[in-house]
Structure formats: structure tokens, C-alpha cells
Write a protein that binds this ligand. Sequence first.
Ligand SMILES: CC(C)(COP(=O)(O)OP(=O)(O)OC[C@H]1O[C@@H](n2cnc3c(N)ncnc32)[C@H](O)[C@@H]1OP(=O)(O)O)[C@@H](O)C(=O)NCCC(=O)NCCS
Length: 143
Amino acid sequence: MLKIRTVRHGSPEYWSTIDLRRRILRIPLGLDFDPDELEKEVRDLHVAAFSLAQLVACLVLTPIDADQIKMRQVAVEEGRQGKGIGTELVLFSERLARDRGYSRMILSARDTAIPFYERLKYNVEGEPFEEVTIPHRLMAKNL
Ligand SMILES: CC(C)(COP(=O)(O)OP(=O)(O)OC[C@H]1O[C@@H](n2cnc3c(N)ncnc32)[C@H](O)[C@@H]1OP(=O)(O)O)[C@@H](O)C(=O)NCCC(=O)NCCS
């Protein structure tokens, strides 16, 4: 059974999410995190999914302004992808954002993940751009 909840920045569980994010999102691109980048995340919400107490997926929510919040760093453990975990994690995060008063979720989607977000009713906005060396599109959804 999947348990999804927020974890505190700097806690041991937060560092487990960094390990997962590093393995799924950075190492395959030959990149790593910059300590300053992680320090700034103290202002963010960190959402994590656990199966039998083991971390299997995570994402970060960064407030942009009074209405908008940005979903970042969506990562599902390699052997657990394609089983609905990413979908549950995003739906939980949308409810969390709505409860906190945000009315719009935005995100930078890797081209390969666009079908995943489209299935969750996100729309592509604007032109393609590059981030962490690969093509991305801005996507958004009203909550
Ligand atoms: C993208 C990701 C977060 C999706 O989470 P997930 O748990 O694997 O996805 P789910 O099982 O909830 O959803 C699966 C659906 O999304 C779609 N989907 C998921 N990953 C996809 C991909 N890489 N390409 C195309 N479609 C994808 C499938 O169509 C699938 O629909 P179906 O069940 O009708 O076949 C996850 O695969 C992942 O961590 N990928 C690597 C890192 C990444 O790309 N992160 C996103 C950065 S923007």
C-alpha cells in the first residue's frame, strides 16, 4: 500500500528524496545537485510516497506567487514506474496545493514526460526550451 505525505526539509527522509532525485533525474544526464540549490528548497513543500516504509517516489512544490505553485523534480523509483504511483503522487500534490489556496499548478515537463502530464489534464503552453541539457515545455493546470 502506498502512503503519501510531506517530509521536512533537512530531515533523513528529505535526504532519501535527494538520493532518489539524484539517481532518477540527475545522474542519467551526468549532473548533480548544487548545495545552494538544495538550501533554497527550505521554502518548498516536499512530497514523498512510501511503500512498506520504503521511499518509492517524490516531488517538490515551489510557491511562485499567491495563485501559482510549481511542481518540480517528479521522480518514481526505476523498477516502480508505469504502475500508477506517479499519478497518485501528482493527484495528492494537487489536493495539497488547492488546500493551501493555490489555484494553478505549473511545471516544466521533459518532452518524454509530456504524455504523462497530458493524461493528468495539464496543457502545454508556449515554446520549447532547454533545461538540465534536455528539451522541456511549460505545462499548466487550473486546480
Ligand atoms: C514520468 C514519471 C514521473 C511517471 O510516473 P509513473 O508512476 O511511471 O506513471 P504512472 O504509472 O502513474 O502513469 C502512467 C501513465 O503515464 C504515461 N507515461 C508515464 N511515463 C511515461 C513516459 N516516460 N513516456 C510516455 N508516457 C508515460 C503512460 O501513458 C501511462 O499511461 P497508461 O497507464 O495509460 O499506460 C516516472 O515514469 C518517472 O519518474 N520517470 C523518470 C523521471 C521523469 O521523467 N520525471 C518527470 C520529469 S518532468
